[in-house]
Write a protein that binds this ligand. Structure first.
Ligand SMILES: [Fe+2]
Length: 192
């Protein structure tokens, strides 16, 4: 028979957002996650600016590619927001300054993009190390697939930078790459 005696409600700890929180987060790691979310939003703004730069120069394939990259980065920011909420934390949105808009060539843009992706990976690696130090396995597991995605992004941008370098700023060659990007072709060669 089920006991009908009075029961004391289980107390669970709550995070800053008032939601149930299973494990508190180390302050430095929380700050790094908030800053990383901002980094993703900055990347989204940067890629949007690049999409505009190419659109202004009739390179619609490049513009299309960067428009999608911009949306992907906004999604990545969403992934971090979702994770912070799931961990009972409050998402703090920080300033996103105006992105750079003055470039001399597609090569300059692809080089800046590659560097931006590498910097994002570095930020993930730093958070990974912090999470490991504070025994926060939830965060290392969360970060694992993101590191994998970053390696793919670096590979894509290295590939596009290489192709743009081949073009040596010649319009005919750039238009070929632009046509490929219009068709969604931006992956490096696959040997497997
Ligand atoms: Fe990203």
């Amino acid at each position: 028979m089920i006991s009908t005696g009075s029961s004391t409600p289980t107390t669970v700890s709550a995070g800053p957002a008032g939601r149930a929180m299973a494990q508190p987060m180390e302050a430095a790691l929380l700050e790094a996650l908030q800053q990383h979310l901002t980094m993703e939003r900055k990347a989204s703004a940067a890629y949007f600016a690049m999409a505009i730069w190419f659109a202004e120069r009739e390179l619609r394939g490049f513009s299309h590619f960067f428009k999608h990259e911009s949306r992907d980065e906004q999604e990545h920011a969403g992934t971090f927001a979702d994770y912070l909420i799931a961990r009972g934390q409050t998402v703090v949105l920080q300033d996103v300054p105006a992105p750079a808009q003055a470039w001399q060539s597609p090569e300059e843009i692809l080089a800046a993009s590659f560097q931006m992706e590498a910097d994002v990976t570095t930020s993930l690696q730093q958070m990974y190390a912090m999470a490991e130090r504070s025994g926060d396995t939830r965060t290392t597991v969360f970060l694992d697939p993101l590191v994998d995605n970053q390696v793919n992004s670096e590979n894509t941008f290295a590939h596009l930078l290489g192709r743009v370098r081949f073009a040596q700023n010649q319009p005919a060659a750039l238009l070929i790459i632009d046509g490929e990007l219009s068709d969604g072709k931006h992956d490096p060669a696959k040997l497997a």
